[in-house]
Design a protein around this ligand. Structure first.
Ligand SMILES: [Fe+2]
Length: 188
């Protein structure tokens, strides 16, 4: 591609225009040395899947907020990225992003190693114990995540905490609701 100054506002307008719902998650501008993506809301309010990436992810919030939960040394940590704020998830840190309707942000990360595996994970809301984990090579993250979420929700034994027996509801983070559009959510 030709390297030139790029109009982010025009990118946003074009993306919104092309979508039946005002959301894109995600829309890639450039994925050479850096992957630059636009993410907006709404993700499901009860989105429950966490993500581990082998490379750091840098966030810059253009509009509204993104609510991030990380798991660090066995404890949940909640951070709100406000409009105009930046944030970074280090490599190998599990994180879950919930994006309200109307929010918009850019996420940038470096290339994954050829043999890198991302992970999608669910944790017990009551005690933080790991419920289920899938390691996978990223091909088309939107489609893959959608499939993993559906498989997780379909199986009660996966949603049942082996430590405290709490059961995650079977509709948490469902991506086939009309308000979440045809593409569903995506990682980051
Ligand atoms: Fe638990």
């Amino acid at each position: 591609m030709t390297l030139t100054a790029f109009d982010v506002r025009a990118w946003i307008e074009q993306s919104v225009k092309g979508a039946p719902f005002p959301h894109m998650h995600h829309n890639t501008y450039y994925d050479g040395g850096l992957q630059v993506k636009l993410f907006n809301g709404a993700t499901p309010d009860d989105r429950a899947d966490f993500h581990i990436n082998t490379v750091a992810e840098f966030f810059f919030q253009l509009k509204g907020e993104t609510h991030v939960r990380t798991l660090e040394r066995g404890r949940f940590r909640d951070v709100t990225i406000g409009e105009g704020q930046m944030y970074c998830v280090p490599p190998m840190i599990a994180h879950r992003n919930r994006r309200p309707q109307g929010s918009l942000g850019i996420v940038i990360h470096g290339p994954r190693a050829a043999d890198a595996l991302d992970s999608i994970l669910w944790y017990c809301e009551a005690c933080g114990h790991l419920l289920h984990r899938v390691d996978y090579r990223v091909v088309d993250s939107s489609t893959q995540v959608r499939q993993f979420v559906a498989e997780f929700l379909a199986e009660e034994s996966r949603r049942t905490c082996p430590f405290c027996a709490a059961v995650m509801p079977s509709d948490w983070g469902r991506m086939d609701r009309p308000e979440h559009g045809p593409s569903g959510s995506s990682h980051t």
